[in-house]
Write a protein that binds this ligand. Structure first.
Ligand code: HEM
Length: 428
């Protein structure tokens, strides 16, 4: 009953409120009268059941919070009041949610999150290169459905896109993580094979981004829907909490620490997001933060210094590459990482920053609930551009001058797996 109500009735109610066909209070009223009395005692649930319920109640909480803040003057300043009338067996809704989140055993946040909306909500994704299975990113449902705020295909496609990208990133990280062990050799044949496969996987993710952007709006997601409907559910539940965001994608964070990123205080920036991550994610990211980055270890191994690479002439760099051809593979990996960041920046511009600029020019202003001038954790276009530039300015970037045309082609090009041989499929 609880599942059906959240999966079918809640999106219908949300659509009706947004079209002003029913009062905005209908979602909270029906949640109180029809849903909450049927919620189970938490200690009767196993962790998988708790995870499924966290996903579903996450959508409920986001819907109640959004409508309250949108329709009550000053509601944005008192977000927690949205839940005033909602109790489960005498306990306030947010306390029940927090206990349920703890019962998942995953250290889940006390509100909806990237993990609940994307990873747990969307079914299992498999990543393959040719016939070889490289990574599996499970969900917690096996019903083939993707739950969303308003039950529209654009929202489902967006959640699917993000999870597919995360699965590819997981495959990349599983490929690269063993190389961050202290005694791993980064120029061995086995290491280079991993680096090349990781490169193909990152380029496959970039293609996923480009393909999504190239689709007509009714086959991807109309930007207006993203800005006015979808994003407006990412409101605060309590002042200062962390709403869901792509910025909480743990595999992207891990990749940044494996490959390095020249942003001052990046560790501090990521630690601020920690409450919204899961226990296992926090632990792995902490571990990776404490290790030297892979490019740094490579340079140390080859007795090279990133600073002095930039001072070498193209001829000297070509000589260096001749002595250490593995440098080309590492360069390609870091370049693929930067190009994927560039493609993501393009997505954020196409679906958010550019349409918002057009609205500003037309005098239409911003949305009062969730601003469309920045992401939900506060990143604006300038910051996303800075991240992309930092990834482009990687320690091997000076090799670019030596790798024009012929040289690039000559160095083992034929052996690199193609991004086209990578597949990423929803299997359950
Ligand atoms: C239409 C598609 C997309 C749009 C419009 C978009 C937009 C944004 C925005 C506005 C931010 C800033 C977030 C904040 O302030 O919290 C952001 C950050 C981020 N998004 Fe997306 N995003 C899209 C797709 C994706 C996908 C598919 C992924 C894949 C996993 C992803 C991963 C990230 C990451 C990792 C960040 C942190 C910034 C960075 O590391 O570069 N996004 N995105």
């Amino acid at each position: 009953m609880v599942g059906d109500w959240v999966d079918t009735e809640l999106p219908r109610l949300n659509r009706a409120v947004l079209r002003s066909e029913i009062p905005h209070s209908a979602v909270a009223d029906q949640t109180r009268d029809l849903l909450l009395p049927h919620l189970p005692a938490i200690d009767r649930l196993d962790p998988s059941e708790a995870r499924r319920l966290v996903v579903r109640l996450g959508f409920v909480g986001a819907s109640v919070a959004r409508h309250y803040q949108e329709w009550n003057p000053g509601g944005k300043e008192t977000p927690e009041r949205a839940f005033d009338d909602l109790t489960v067996d005498g306990h306030p809704f947010r306390d029940y949610f927090a206990a349920l989140a703890a019962h998942t055993g995953a250290g889940h946040y006390g509100r909806d999150s990237y993990a609940s909306l994307v990873r747990w909500n969307v079914g299992t994704i498999e990543v393959r290169c040719g016939a070889e299975l490289l990574a599996v990113l499970p969900g917690v449902f096996d019903d083939g459905n993707i739950r969303s705020y308003t039950g529209t295909p654009g929202e489902e496609r967006f959640f699917l896109l993000v999870k597919q990208a995360e699965a590819l990133e997981l495959a990349v990280n599983e490929m690269l993580c063993p190389l961050s062990d202290e005694d791993a050799c980064l120029v061995s044949e086995g290491a280079i094979e991993r680096v090349r496969l990781a490169t193909a996987l990152i380029l496959a993710m970039r293609s996923l981004f480009l393909d999504f952007a190239a689709l007509p709006p009714d086959e991807s997601m109309p930007a207006d829907h993203f800005m006015d409907v979808f994003r407006q559910f990412a409101v605060h539940w309590t002042a200062g909490d962390i709403p869901p965001s792509g910025a909480l994608d743990p595999e992207a964070l891990k990749r940044d620490f494996l490959l390095g990123i020249a942003i001052t205080d990046y560790d501090r920036h990521v630690r601020r997001l920690f409450p919204a991550l899961l226990d296992g994610e926090r632990a792995t990211i902490e571990e990776l933060m404490a290790r030297p980055t892979l490019p740094q270890r490579l340079l140390d191994h080859l007795d090279l210094d990133a600073g002095t690479l930039a001072d070498r002439s193209p001829a000297e760099l070509r000589h260096l590459i001749g002595a250490h051809p593995a440098l080309v593979d590492w360069y390609r990996l870091l370049t693929a990482h930067a190009r994927a960041a560039g493609a993501h920046l393009m997505l954020s511009q196409k679906f958010l920053f550019k349409p918002q600029r057009r609205r500003d020019v037309a005098g239409q202003g911003d949305k009062p609930l969730v601003s469309n001038r920045r992401g939900t954790t506060g990143m604006n276009e300038t910051f996303l551009e800075r991240l992309t530039r930092a990834r482009r300015n990687h320690p091997l970037a000076p090799l670019r001058t030596a790798l024009t045309g012929e040289t690039a082609e000559k160095v083992r090009a034929a052996e690199v797996p193609s991004a086209a041989s990578v597949s990423v499929a929803l299997v359950g």
